[in-house]
Design a protein around this ligand. Structure first.
Ligand SMILES: [Zn+2]
Length: 150
């Protein structure tokens, strides 16, 4: 679980509660960091720290957590990297590329991965179903998209 605590600020404005530093710290374990990498983020207000900690834990639980350092990368960039890793059959690669070109790139290709919310993904799925695709097909597209993130 993420840990939240407050650091007393030493600056002169802290006593008057007008200091602009961020005394609330959140420390959490990066699920991608196999050697137990810990990350720390600071906030001005306690509820901001709590919201962030809750969000990280939820995202980790549902597998949508993204390392903050990675979140500025474009979907297209992450996608190409994912495609280049591992050994896949040419037919599998062709199928993934087709899914990307037709369904992922037009919606997410030019976006940073950190800007893509679970709401965006839900709407993306709903849009495909509204366009007449079978739920199983839409789910397959979702699995491909998700795999590229992980
Ligand atoms: Zn301060």
């Amino acid at each position: 679980m993420a840990k939240i605590w407050k650091v007393d600020c030493a600056c002169p404005k802290a006593k008057k509660s007008i200091c602009r530093h961020k005394p609330w710290k959140v420390r959490y374990r990066d699920p991608g960091g196999r050697v137990g990498k810990q990350l720390e983020v600071s906030f001005k207000l306690k509820n901001q720290a709590e919201d962030f900690a809750g969000k990280v834990e939820r995202e980790k639980a549902v597998g949508t957590y993204i390392d903050p350092k990675q979140s500025g990368r474009l979907m297209e960039d992450v996608w190409n990297e994912w495609l280049s890793i591992g050994n896949r059959e040419p037919s599998t690669l062709a199928s993934y590329r087709g899914v990307y070109r037709k369904h992922i790139e037009p919606v997410f290709g030019g976006r940073t991965i950190g800007s893509i919310t679970s709401q965006d993904i839900a709407e993306w799925r709903a849009g495909q179903e509204a366009a007449g695709l079978a739920p199983a097909t839409v789910h397959r597209h979702y699995v491909v998209l998700k795999a590229a993130f992980i």
